[in-house]
Design a protein around this ligand. Sequence first.
Ligand SMILES: Nc1ncnc2c1ncn2[C@@H]1O[C@H](COP(=O)(O)OP(=O)(O)OP(=O)(O)O)[C@@H](O)[C@H]1O
Ligand SMILES: [Mg+2]
Length: 396
Amino acid sequence: MTSLRPVSTEAVETDLGSVADRVSPCATDTSCEAVYDWFVAEPDRLVLPVVDEEARPVGLVARNEFLQTLASHFGRSLYLRKPVTALMDPDPLVVEATVPLSILGDRILDEKPTAMIRGFIVTKDNAYHGVGTGLDVLKLSMEKIRRQSDDLTVAERGASKANMAKSRFLATMSHELRTPLNAIIGFSELIRDQVMGPDAMDTYVDYAADIHNSGSHLLELINDVLDIAKIEAGKIDLQRQDLILQEEVGPLWRGFTLRAKKKNLILRIDAPSEPIACFADPRALRQIVTNLVGNAVKYTQNGGCIRLSMETVEDHSIRIEVEDNGPGIPKSYQARIFEPFEQVDNSYQRHAEGSGLGLALTKELVRINGGKIGLESAPGEGSRFWIVMPQRQPAG
Ligand SMILES: Nc1ncnc2c1ncn2[C@@H]1O[C@H](COP(=O)(O)OP(=O)(O)OP(=O)(O)O)[C@@H](O)[C@H]1O
Ligand SMILES: [Mg+2]
């Protein structure tokens, strides 16, 4: 096969650039004889681009016209020794690889409809890059339509998922609000109407205590929902600072012990005697630990054990673990319980009080403090929740 003088071209892959056929172009002084040999050796090529010394396209040789001319009566004797410029189209359609598909279509229709069949030259920064054909345009159009339809499907799925989440949230919220509100209205009616007679003070005090509990539960619920909403909207006021972990967690311990005592639970804390530095928002840190220990106390059966441990880990992080020997959490629930309102659906855990927001809030608080949360658990074998948070302010 006759080799044509190669002219260097720079390849940059864009949409059109990546589908263009990277045919090696020939130089302006290439003879028609060399081009003829090339077409004979390359039976599938329909065009040959011609470029100048700086790799700028100057013309396009169309296979059929070229071979027909050479086959004509005096064609061979007239042209064989002449440069290719004598038989090229000096005004081919030239488009940059980055041209949007819609503009490419318009330009073909307006400037050179024959380019759809004969092809056009694709350039990159005005230098020759490859040859495009109608088939490439069709391929790009189909790819674009497929992408648009994929995007639409994803957007549609996202919208319907968000809609379902919203409906589920409203249904759960109204249930969670209605239960304590019914108790408040019911018990206050009993007191107002003195249904147990004017002297049943002890009973009315019990009713008042129920009203107080339901009110506190409502407030807790609404605070948690507002906190999650604030974090999601990026509106939470975080005061991340250098802390000593033991100094933040220590004061919580008394409250935990009191709650554990009511259930005969053994509480243990494992922490080194030297201070553990930590970089976090103190209020968030206390809430994270309180939620995890609160769950361990709530879900572990009477007489169980709970261990809270704190340590420094190699990569300038701290690790806090809250471990219990309670009912454990099945694998299928382990990711879900970090979502709002998700609770393990078994008789023991479902009958404990709570609305299923604690871990969702905890996860968000850990995240905005630059940390991670995880869980190791199996039914009947207890649970170990862990969090890892940075020890120092991240650089930058
Ligand atoms: N230590 C644990 N042992 C067993 N199950 C747990 C434990 N911690 C959490 N769970 C399960 O995960 C669910 C979600 O916990 P989460 O703290 O988010 O909600 P909650 O405790 O039900 O309610 P809230 O914390 O909002 O008062 C719980 O309902 C419970 O089923
Ligand atoms: Mg909880």
